[in-house]
Design a protein around this ligand. Structure first.
Ligand SMILES: [Zn+2]
Length: 211
């Protein structure tokens, strides 16, 4: 892209996110793992910075699909207020090798590395993802409960923060947390940039906030 100074959502002058756009985003904060539709059993705690509503979805699309990599540092700076104390390692939920090649960056890795830079917590490549494992965005929400196929690469210890861009059912984070525990973590905390609003109850289409 020729100019990278403007707002990634409205193309206003003050980027990467202008004040007007940032004022439209809703906060989430602490999410109890038991609130996740996947049950979140492998997570000791979970935190999400923004509600994934329409304005946030537009910004997230710019980050994931329009090459606005600079949003990674912006999201990370917004997420530091939720960063837990006494963390030994940072890890991320990897995208597929195909998407990494097409996009040029793994958006969740950029978040994790930027958070590592801001917090001083070492970042580890704990997980890898199989080629062709595109189920998370191609399948419907119900099918996503299965989560991605993730493999353990590096060993870790102690408390690990697992980072992802978006959380819907929590299934990806849950699977990633399980694998981090297999990699040696004693405790795993999920931290995501944005989470879809919670449904009010089974079968209900009414959307509730996380609080
Ligand atoms: Zn804007």
């Amino acid at each position: 892209m020729l100019f990278d100074a403007g707002c990634c959502r409205c193309e206003g002058t003050a980027g990467p996110v202008c004040v007007a756009c940032s004022n439209t985003f809703g906060d989430v904060g602490v999410v109890e793992p038991t609130q996740l539709s996947c049950g979140g059993a492998s997570l000791a705690a979970c935190r999400a910075r923004f509600v994934l509503d329409q304005p946030m979805l537009e910004l997230m699309r710019a980050y994931k699909y329009r090459g606005e990599r600079r949003l990674g540092a912006w999201f990370a700076s917004q997420m530091t207020s939720l960063f837990p104390l006494a963390v030994d390692h940072l890890a991320w939920v990897p995208t597929t090798p195909e998407r990494l090649r097409a996009r040029g960056y793994d958006q969740s890795e950029v978040l994790a590395r930027s958070l590592g830079h801001k917090t001083g917590v070492p970042v580890a490549r704990v997980l890898t993802r199989d080629s062709g494992d595109h189920r998370q965005t191609e399948r419907g929400v119900v099918d996503r409960a299965g989560g991605p196929r993730l493999n353990v690469r590096d060993r870790v210890r102690g408390t690990v923060v697992i980072v992802d861009d978006v959380m819907t059912t929590g299934a990806s984070l849950h699977v990633a947390a399980e694998q981090c525990r297999r990699a040696g973590a004693s405790r795993v905390i999920g931290l995501v940039a944005a989470a879809t609003p919670r449904r009010a109850g089974p079968g209900s289409s009414r959307v509730r906030s996380w609080k």
